[in-house]
Design a protein around this ligand. Sequence first.
Ligand SMILES: [Zn+2]
Length: 95
Amino acid sequence: MIHATKIVNEGGFLFMHREQHCPECNQLLEVAYMEEVVNSNSPEAKYYDFSMTGCRGVFVGNVLFRIRCFYCTSCEKVFRVEQIKEIEKGMTKKH
Ligand SMILES: [Zn+2]
């Protein structure tokens, strides 16, 4: 049972300011949402932010996180914002 849903708009800057291309096939990536259910009492909970946006409350129980990510329609792969950042860092190092 899901007690609450939290939408995580990761990587605001990356999403707003330019288009991202697939690191593998160079296809233009689409914005997608991946879903993960995390219980606030589970060991993984420390990696997630259970705070409510706009008020001081926190979510308790099974929370469905809808995490913004990139999707390649050609490879059918999902890239986390963190992955894209890592790949970009790697690219800048080469120059
Ligand atoms: Zn691709």
